[in-house]
Design a protein around this ligand. Structure first.
Ligand SMILES: Cc1cc2nc3c(=O)[nH]c(=O)nc-3n(C[C@H](O)[C@H](O)[C@H](O)COP(=O)(O)OP(=O)(O)OC[C@H]3O[C@@H](n4cnc5c(N)ncnc54)[C@H](O)[C@@H]3O)c2cc1C
Length: 507
């Protein structure tokens, strides 16, 4: 526990948002639009952007079309491609923050070290690298895909050449003419490998699990189309709605095995057309149901793997030596550069171990290895705390922005209710949280996320699915559009006030 004296009196604001990626920037804009002007966004990095500031590896791009992977309240961007690349998305976030005047609320270079709920004052006491803050409301927008997962194999530190992680790309390392070993075959590797094969002398890809890969219709967007979208009223909204419908259709396949088989057939045909060698094709064929892990898209990955100087090692990495990567199957690849495309510690919330409730219990302890929240947003015992892109909200095909915006509607409704009723704090009822999560877990039990025969970051080590949402995104959006005060207890002036009647059906 952080000792009480660590929290010196500091700046007192109504809402502190932690993190300035898509979530934090969106939260600040939406809250200010709803009349909450006293908002501060604390970002540990020197500039905003989150995912899109940190992932600069060659080929980094979104895999949801940009018209959907952008804010609905800031849609008028002339994207140059259907799936914009990292520089364009990062620029979009910077421009949007500027356009909505976030300069005055954004404090970059400030790391939140911990926070404690002070029940008497009904305030979060925050300790940061810039001293103390206190806030009526704390919004955590620190991102599920934020903490890079290192390659866990003995000997990595003995490797003589550069070791890069896709989320920490070193642009000073030139891959031209070098032998590159890439470890991992997830979303980042699928984007990276086609970009580096033309430069590297040799690429050796270590694949523990073959991903399902569909073609990616990544075309340049003609200037004329952007011109039309700007001028035809409702055109961008219609395009966004159409893309949302397509994503929902794909999501529907994850919930209906007969549809999933159709998509699997499409993915197999894609593989057959691109890879001629039957042994390589076999190695690239997933042995689990489509949707169990995140579905990937690329029209260049399989072609890249088919080039003569590119070798697939369908095995985990067992060890790394000074100049070699050793597979669990005994194969050895000599390499000059080691690229770890090993992804993230997904869903891990480092702040959870430094976030204390009124009794000094951390959020991590409350979760005990199984993160859960009411509607992915509120955690019982942690009043006035809101998580963005929290537990059990995302699925394999959803645009995180669709989920985020629905949560922002919920957040502003909750804070508006707090302001209107004059209460100082709201805390989700344990029973509401428990019954909501029981329903979610029951529905997840039969989904492909739980039964598809793979291991994925959707599942906590205990086997509980702490990541995925079992139904359509539309259903989630509808649920989050209704704020139910009865699911919470309400506190007035530092004292727990009379309880509102519990709704019969909290969920
Ligand atoms: C390569 C890549 C591609 C992706 N493509 C897609 C896609 O196509 N579609 C999709 O839906 N999703 C995609 N995602 C997921 C993506 O992370 C989310 O869509 C979204 O960007 C998350 O935004 P965020 O603001 O919640 O988190 P982040 O973007 O991770 O931002 C979190 C911010 O919080 C800051 N922070 C963390 N801890 C602290 C602290 N203690 N104090 C202060 N600041 C802190 C971080 O520095 C960071 O800036 C992709 C992810 C990656 C890695």
């Amino acid at each position: 526990m952080i000792p009480a004296q660590a929290f010196r009196p500091g700046r007192d604001v109504r809402v502190v948002v932690v993190g300035a990626g898509f979530s934090g920037i969106g939260a600040a804009i939406r809250l200010r639009q709803a009349g909450f002007r006293d908002v501060v966004v604390l970002e540990k990095a020197p500039q905003l952007g989150g995912t899109w500031r940190e992932n600069t590896y060659p080929g980094c791009a979104c895999d949801v079309p940009s018209t959907l992977y952008s804010y609905s309240f800031a849609p008028d961007t002339a994207w140059t491609r259907v799936f914009a690349g990292q520089p364009e998305i990062h620029a979009y976030l910077r421009t949007t923050a500027e356009r909505f005047g976030l300069g005055e609320v954004l404090r970059c270079g400030v790391r939140v070290l911990g926070a404690r709920w002070d029940p008497a004052a009904a305030r979060w006491r925050l300790e940061t690298s810039d001293g103390s803050y206190s806030a009526a409301v704390l919004v955590l927008a620190t991102g599920p895909w934020h903490v890079p997962r290192p390659l866990e194999a003995p000997g990595v530190e003995d490797f003589a050449g550069p070791v890069l992680h896709t989320a920490r790309w070193d642009h000073g390392v030139d891959l031209t003419g070098r032998r590159v070993a890439v470890v991992g075959s997830g979303a980042s590797a699928v984007q990276l490998v086609p970009e580096i094969v033309s430069r590297a002398a040799e690429v050796r890809l270590f694949q523990r699990t073959a991903p399902w890969v569909l073609p990616k219709p990544d075309l340049p967007v003609a200037a004329a189309l952007n011109w039309c979208l700007d001028r035809v009223p409702g055109a961008r909204r219609a395009l966004r709605a159409g893309q949302f419908g397509l994503q929902e259709g794909l999501g529907c396949a994850f919930r209906h095995p007969e549809l999933a088989r159709l998509v699997e057939a499409g993915a197999r045909a894609h593989l057959r057309l691109a890879v001629r060698d039957p042994a390589t094709r076999r190695a690239l064929t997933p042995d689990y149901r489509l949707g169990c892990k995140r579905l990937l898209t690329s029209s260049t990955y399989y072609q890249a793997l088919s080039q003569p100087h590119v070798h697939l090692h369908p095995t985990a990495v067992a060890a790394v030596r000074e100049k070699e990567v050793v597979g669990a199957d005994g194969t050895v690849a000599e390499a000059d550069v080691l690229v770890t495309a090993t992804g993230f510690r997904v869903g891990e919330l480092p702040l959870a171990e430094r976030l204390y409730d009124a009794d000094g219990r951390t959020l991590r302890a409350a979760w005990a290895g199984e993160p859960q929240a009411y509607l992915g947003s509120s955690v019982s015992g942690f009043p006035n705390l809101f998580l963005l892109l929290g537990p059990n909200l995302l699925g394999g095909s959803t645009s995180a922005i669709s989920v985020l915006e629905a949560q922002l509607t919920y957040l502003t409704a909750a804070l508006t209710h707090l302001r209107r009723t004059g209460h100082t704090a709201l805390d989700v009822r344990p029973a509401a949280q428990a019954s909501y999560n029981a329903t979610v877990q029951k529905a997840l039990a039969s989904t492909v996320y739980n039964t598809g025969g793979c291991t994925s970051y959707y599942l906590a080590p205990s086997g509980r699915n702490t990541f995925a949402w079992p139904w359509s995104t539309g259903r989630l959006v509808r649920l989050l559009s209704r704020f139910d005060p009865g699911a919470y207890t309400w506190q007035a002036q530092g004292v727990r006030g009379p309880e509102l009647p519990e709704t019969a059906e909290a969920f």
